[in-house]
Ligand binder design. Structure first.
Ligand SMILES: Nc1ncnc2c1ncn2[C@@H]1O[C@H](COP(=O)(O)OP(=O)(O)OP(=O)(O)O)[C@@H](O)[C@H]1O
Ligand SMILES: [Mg+2]
Length: 240
């Protein structure tokens, strides 16, 4: 594939409406931040993205700092995705980075992780969540260094990556740490839609940025159901 073809290649997200908003999917090789308040579906979107790859025989790696492997697979089984087959066929691998093993994780990310991901042949990577990853470091320069090392490891493996991050509760358009945006080529925001009285009335997804992509900028409604996240890319006059 030539460089310009590679620049145009899109990686289907597994969320039909989101692909439509992005003109086909995430640009191959991008690091995309998915940020949102708790319960907006970040983990679900990450799993859905990897399973969409598995059905195309693309290998996916889920780097989990939150749920451990069995918990995560149990979450995935709640949806109608072929999760066990994907694991069995070596198309889905969960790597647990236990947040309690701080130094070990930091060394791994700044050291052998890139090689591990390349050896695994990961085409798709999810890191859930970089918010917890950032808690491993005491100061901003080391948080920044870790995030850059992580993004470099994922890019170096040739994968297309989703990083999830908790949104800042006071400013839900940005991640709580305010750092993750800097390493990302794209930002997808998952949020609650609120009525005038402050009541939460639904969920809305927005693509805040996606380098080298003409994307929809409006907030589009989405639901989380038995098949995972479904975005209505066609809804119009939708606030938020
Ligand atoms: N099987 C299911 N069917 C329908 N909805 C579900 C199902 N499983 C989860 N959900 C919905 O998805 C929400 C959780 O999604 P998810 O865990 O992906 O959110 P999150 O953004 O990762 O949250 P957190 O920040 O707490 O990790 C649940 O609160 C629930 O509303
Ligand atoms: Mg989660």
């Amino acid at each position: 594939m030539s460089e310009s073809e590679a620049a145009r290649a899109k990686v289907g997200t597994g969320v039909a409406g989101l692909d439509e908003m992005l003109g086909g999917g995430f640009p191959a090789g991008h690091v995309v931040l998915v940020t949102g308040l708790p319960g907006t579906g970040k983990t679900c979107l990450g799993l859905q993205y990897l399973l969409a790859g598995a059905v195309r025989r693309e290998k996916g790696v889920f780097l989990s700092l939150e749920e451990d492997g069995p918990q995560l697979l149990e979450t995935a089984r709640q949806f109608s995705w072929p999760v066990d087959a994907a694991v069995k066929d070596g198309l889905l691998k969960v790597i647990r980075l236990d947040p309690k093993q701080t130094q070990q994780n930091l060394h791994r990310i700044q050291g052998e992780l890139g090689k591990e991901l390349s050896t695994l042949g990961a085409r798709r990577i999810v890191v859930d969540s970089v918010s917890l990853l950032n808690m491993l470091s005491d100061d901003e320069p080391s948080r920044r260094a870790t995030l850059f090392a992580l993004a470099a490891a994922c890019r170096g493996a040739g994968a297309t990556t989703v990083l999830t991050a908790e949104a800042d509760p006071l400013h839900p358009e940005v991640s709580r740490d305010g750092l993750s945006e800097y390493v990302a080529d794209g930002v997808v925001l998952l949020g609650y839609r609120t009525a005038a009285d402050g009541q939460r009335v639904g969920l809305a997804l927005r693509v805040l940025k996606m380098r080298r992509t003409a994307h929809t900028r409006s907030a589009q409604p989405y639901t989380i159901g038995a098949s995972g996240i479904a975005v209505d890319a066609k809804a119009v006059d939708f606030g938020g």
